[in-house]
Ligand binder design. Structure first.
Ligand SMILES: Nc1nc2c(c(=O)[nH]1)N[C@H]1C(S)=C(S)[C@@H](COP(=O)(O)OP(=O)(O)OC[C@H]3O[C@@H](n4cnc5c(=O)[nH]c(N)nc54)[C@H](O)[C@@H]3O)O[C@H]1N2
Ligand SMILES: Nc1nc2c(c(=O)[nH]1)N[C@H]1C(S)=C(S)[C@@H](COP(=O)(O)OP(=O)(O)OC[C@H]3O[C@@H](n4cnc5c(=O)[nH]c(N)nc54)[C@H](O)[C@@H]3O)O[C@H]1N2
Ligand SMILES: [Mo]
Length: 689
C-alpha cells in the first residue's frame, strides 16, 4: 500500500502511508502513518508485517509527538554563545552552506583527514544513514570512522564463530521449547521478539533470563540467573563442562560441523560448576540446572543481545555462547539455535558499495578514528601515530556528548574553541549545544528511506508521509547541497533520495515490486539455515577454534576485584547502565510524556548495599569514581543484585540533576574483540549527595 484513502464520505480525507521505524532496535517495524489534511495523526504498526504484528512500542507510537515537538530545530542555526551554552541565531540555508563549505575546504586544502564525520544509528536508514553522507566524506578524503559504539565486539565474536552475523528467524522462537533470554531485556528493547517468546510460553515452553539485573523481562521468565556483569564467558564454559560430563553433546553434529572442538573441550573441562559459581556469583546448582535444561530440551533457542558484550571480554563471551547450539545440535531445528544479529543476511543484498562509494577515495587511505574513544581523539594533538589534530567534526544521527564513554572528556573535546563543529539534528541535544552550525534535519515522517534489519530478515521501505517541516532538509539533501557547494561534480552527487531508496537493494535478492507495493519483503533464507552446517565460513563449519583467534576464554572485566584489586577496594560496586524503557539511547529524553514516565535519572541498588552505606530509598546520591561523579536519585530495589548497581541510561546531560549523565563514570578502554566500548565494566562508589 502506498497511500490508500480511508476517509468516510464528508470526513476530511485520510491517507495511510507505508513507513518503517528508523530507530536502532532489532525490531525494525513496518509502520502505517495516517495523514489528515497534511498532518500526521497516527503512527501505528502494520498488522500484516509478521514481526511487527500491528503493535508498536510506547516510544514510537508517540513518534508524531516527536516530529511536531515545539522545540524541533526548523531553521539553520549559527552559534552566538560559548560552546556548550546552546545559544544560537537563525541563519539562511545559503549563508550556512557557503560558510560551512568554505571552512571545510580550507581545512581540506591542508589535510582532509583533519575533518571527521561522526555518526551512528539515530536513523538506521540506508539513505539518511551512510548513503549520500558516506559519498561526501569519501570524496573529501576525510578521516574514516570506526562505528563501534554498540555491537562490534559481539559482531566480531559471531564472525569468529559462524563466519557472519547470522542467526535464527525471529518468528520461530514461538515454537521453541526452551528460550534463554541472555543479556537482553526485550520488554524494554525488543518487544516484538517478546511477543514470540510469549507465544512459546503460552504453549508451555520454559523461559530463562540471564542478566545481572532483575528486569521486567526477568520477572516474567520462569527462572532468573542473576550473574555478575562480565562473567557470561565463564557461565558458557560451565555449561559446556556439564554437557560433556552428562553426555549431552550431539556428537554427530559436532564431528561434521564444528572445527577445533577437541582443544576447547579440554579448556571447558577446567570449568566445573563450583568454579563457575564462584566467578559468576551464582550457586553451582543454578549452573547444573541450566545445563540440564539446555542439554535435554529440543528445540532450545538463545536470544542473545548486546547487553552482555559491553565488557572487556565481550567478544570472547559471544564466541563461547554462540558455540552452545553447535554442541547440542540445536541448529537442526528451525526453532533451535541462536539470534544475536541477522544483519549478515543482508550482506550482498544491500548495495553498500553503490550507496557509500568507497571508490571515491581513489588512492587515498585516510586514517580511522574509533568513535568509542572520541573523547581522547578530540583532545589529541597532532603526532606521527595519531596524524593531524582533528579540526572539524560533522555530526549526524548521533549524540556523542551524551552517549560516548567518559563523557567529561567528550564534552571537553567538543568545547574546544579551535574545533569547527556542524551538527545535523532534530533537537538541541547536548552535542548540538556545542555546534558552530546546527542544520535542521527531517524526521522519518518527512523523507524517503530503505531499511535492512538486525533482528529479523525483512527489507523495508519508508515513504515520506508529509512535507518537511519548516526549513528542515533530509540528511541526504544536506550532503547533496554541501557537495554542490564544494564543487564535487561526480554524477552520484545528484542522485535523489528516492533514487537512493530505489537502488538500495539488489533485485535478485529482494522482491522490489513487493517492497514498493506493500512496504516490506522477506529475504529468501532457509527456515533452519544451519541444520546441515552451511555456516558462512570457508569450510561451512562453525569455529570452536577460529583461525587467527585461538580458543575463546573467559576474560575478566578490567574493573573487577580479579583484575584490579586496589581499585575494587576503593570502588566496590560494579555499575551497569542499561537502557531505560521509555528512552531509546538518548533519543526521546526530551519528549515530555516519556520523560515524565522515567521521572528522574535513577540508580538502582540492593537493600543490603544501601544499608551498608546508610542510604535510604529516594535520597539524592553521588555516584563517583576517579573519572568523575554523577548525581541521581537512589532507588533501593530488588532489581539490583548485591554488589551491582544499575544506572539507567541515557539521559541528556542538561536534563539531568547536575549537568552530567551516567557516562561521566564510564571509561574508554576497549573490548577484547571489535574495538568496542566497555560501558558495563565500571566500578563506582555511592554516597549521599
Ligand atoms: N527502549 C529501548 N529500546 C532499545 C534501546 C533503548 O535504549 N531503549 N536501545 C536499542 C539498542 S541501541 C540496542 S543495541 C538494542 C539492544 O540493546 P541492549 O543494550 O542489548 O539492551 P537490552 O536488551 O536492554 O539488554 C541489555 C541487558 O543486558 C544486561 N546486562 C548488562 N551487563 C550484562 C552482562 O555482563 N551479562 C549479561 N548476561 N547481561 C548483562 C542489562 O541488565 C540489560 O537488561 O536495543 C535497542 N532497543
Ligand atoms: N552508558 C551507556 N552508554 C551507552 C549505551 C549504554 O547502554 N550505556 N548504549 C550504547 C549504544 S548500544 C548505542 S547504539 C549508542 C547510541 O548512540 P547514538 O546513535 O548517538 O543514539 P542516540 O542517543 O539515540 O542519538 C541519535 C541522535 O540522532 C538524531 N536523529 C535521529 N534521526 C535523525 C535523522 O534522520 N537525521 C539527523 N541528522 N539526526 C537524526 C536524534 O535526534 C538523536 O539525537 O549509545 C551507547 N551509549
Ligand atoms: Mo545500540
Amino acid at each position: 500500500m502506498s497511500s490508500a484513502s480511508l476517509g468516510a464520505p464528508g470526513a476530511p480525507a485520510a491517507t495511510v502511508v507505508q513507513g518503517a521505524c528508523p530507530h536502532d532496535c532489532p525490531d525494525t517495524c513496518a509502520l502505517h502513518i495516517t495523514v489528515e489534511d497534511g498532518r500526521v495523526t497516527r503512527v501505528a504498526g502494520d498488522p500484516e508485517h509478521p514481526p511487527t504484528h500491528g503493535a508498536l512500542c510506547t516510544k514510537v507510537s508517540r513518534y508524531a509527538e516527536r516530529t511536531y515537538h515545539p522545540e524541533r530545530v526548523l531553521t539553520p542555526l549559527k552559534r552566538v554563545g560559548k560552546k556548550g551554552e546552546g545559544r544560537f541565531e537563525p541563519v539562511g540555508w545559503s549563508e550556512a552552506l557557503a560558510d560551512i563549505a568554505s571552512r571545510l575546504q580550507r581545512i581540506a586544502a591542508r589535510s582532509p583527514e583533519a575533518i571527521l564525520p561522526y555518526s551512528y544509528a539515530g536513523t538506521m536508514g540506508l539513505v539518511q544513514g551512510d548513503g549520500m553522507a558516506a559519498r561526501f566524506f569519501h570524496r573529501l578524503g576525510a578521516s574514516l570512522l570506526d562505528r563501534t559504539i554498540c555491537a562490534s565486539a559481539g559482531a566480531e565474536g559471531l564472525m569468529a564463530t559462524y563466519g557472519g552475523k547470522v542467526g535464527m528467524h525471529v518468528e520461530f522462537f514461538a515454537e521453541s521449547k526452551l528460550i534463554l533470554v541472555w543479556g537482553s531485556n526485550p520488554i524494554t528493547s525488543s518487544v516484538h521478539f517478546w511477543n514470540f517468546a510469549q507465544q512459546a510460553k503460552r504453549a508451555g515452553s520454559k523461559l530463562v533470563c540471564i542478566d545481572p539485573r532483575r528486569t521486567e523481562t526477568a520477572e516474567k521468565c520462569h527462572q532468573h540467573i542473576a550473574l555478575r556483569p562480565g562473567t557470561d564467558g565463564a557461565l558458557a564454559l560451565g555449561l559446556m563442562h556439564e554437557l560433556i560430563t552428562h553426555e549431552l553433546l550431539d556428537h554427530d553434529y559436532v564431528n561434521r560441523f564444528v572445527e577445533g572442538w577437541p582443544a576447547l573441550r579440554e579448556r571447558a573441562r577446567q570449568w566445573p560448576p563450583e568454579r563457575v559459581a564462584q566467578v559468576c556469583g551464582l550457586t553451582a546448582d543454578e549452573v547444573r540446572g541450566l545445563a540440564q535444561d539446555y542439554g535435554r530440551t529440543r528445540p532450545a533457542a538463545i536470544r542473545l543481545n548486546y547487553g552482555m558484550q559491553r565488557v572487556r571480554g565481550g567478544g570472547n563471551a559471544v564466541r563461547l555462547v554462540a558455540l552452545l547450539p553447535c554442541l547440542t545440535g540445536a541448529w537442526r531445528h528451525r526453532a533451535g539455535g541462536l539470534l544475536l544479529s541477522s544483519s549478515g543476511w543482508f550482506k550482498g543484498v544491500r548495495h553498500d558499495a553503490w550507496l557509500q562509494r568507497p571508490d571515491l577515495l581513489g588512492q587515498r587511505t585516510p586514517r580511522t578514528i574509533n568513535m568509542s574513544t572520541i573523547g581522547d581523539a578530540l583532545l589529541s594533538e597532532a603526532s606521527p601515530t595519531f596524524g593531524p589534530k582533528i579540526e572539524a567534526v560533522v555530526v549526524y544521527n548521533s549524540n556523542p556528548v551524551a552517549v560516548a564513554p567518559e563523557s567529561g572528556k567528550v564534552a571537553q573535546g567538543f568545547a574546544r574553541e579551535d574545533l569547527f563543529t556542524v551538527v545535523l539534528e532534530h533537537f538541541l541535544t547536548d552535542t548540538a549545544d556545542h555546534a558552530d552550525y546546527v542544520l535542521p534535519a527531517t524526521t522519518q515522517l518527512e523523507h524517503w528511506d530503505a531499511h535492512s534489519a538486525y533482528g529479523h530478515t525483512y527489507a523495508l521501505l519508508n515513504r515520506p508521509a508529509i512535507a518537511p517541516l519548516g526549513q528542515a532538509r533530509s540528511n541526504a539533501e544536506i550532503f547533496r547541497a554541501l557537495a554542490a557547494q564544494m564543487g564535487f561534480e561526480e554524477p552520484c552527487f545528484t542522485d535523489s533520495d528516492e533514487a537512493l531508496a530505489r537502488g538500495a537493494f539488489d533485485a535478485r535478492h529482494v522482491d522490489l515490486d513487493e517492497l514498493f507495493a506493500r512496504g516490506w519483503s522477506k529475504l529468501k533464507i532457509a527456515e533452519a539455515p544451519f541444520a546441515e552446517g552451511g555456516f558462512p565460513t570457508p569450510s561451512g563449519k562453525a569455529w570452536a577454534d577460529a583461525p587467527g583467534y585461538g580458543l575463546p576464554d573467559h576474560v575478566p572485566n578490567y574493573e573487577s576485584a580479579e583484575s584490579a584489586p586496589e581499585l575494587a577496594a576503593r570502588y566496590p560496586l560494579a555499575m551497569i547502565s542499561p537502557p531505560a524503557r521509555h528512552f531509546l539511547n538518548s533519543t526521546f529524553v526530551n519528549v515530555a510524556s516519556l520523560r515524565a514516565a522515567e521521572k528522574e535519572p535513577l540508580l538502582e541498588m540492593h537493600a543490603d548495599d544501601a544499608a551498608a552505606r546508610g542510604l535510604a530509598d529516594a535520597t539524592e546520591v553521588l555516584v563517583f569514581n576517579d573519572r568523575g561523579h554523577y548525581r541521581c536519585r537512589l532507588k533501593v530495589s530488588a532489581r539490583a543484585r548485591p554488589g551491582v548497581v544499575n544506572g539507567l541510561g541515557i539521559w541528556w546531560r542538561k536534563l539531568g540533576l547536575d549537568g552530567t549523565n551516567v557516562n561521566e563514570l564510564t571509561h574508554q578502554r576497549l573490548t577484547d574483540l571489535g574495538r568496542a566500548p566497555t560501558f558495563y565494566d565500571c566500578l563506582v562508589e555511592v554516597r549521599a549527595a
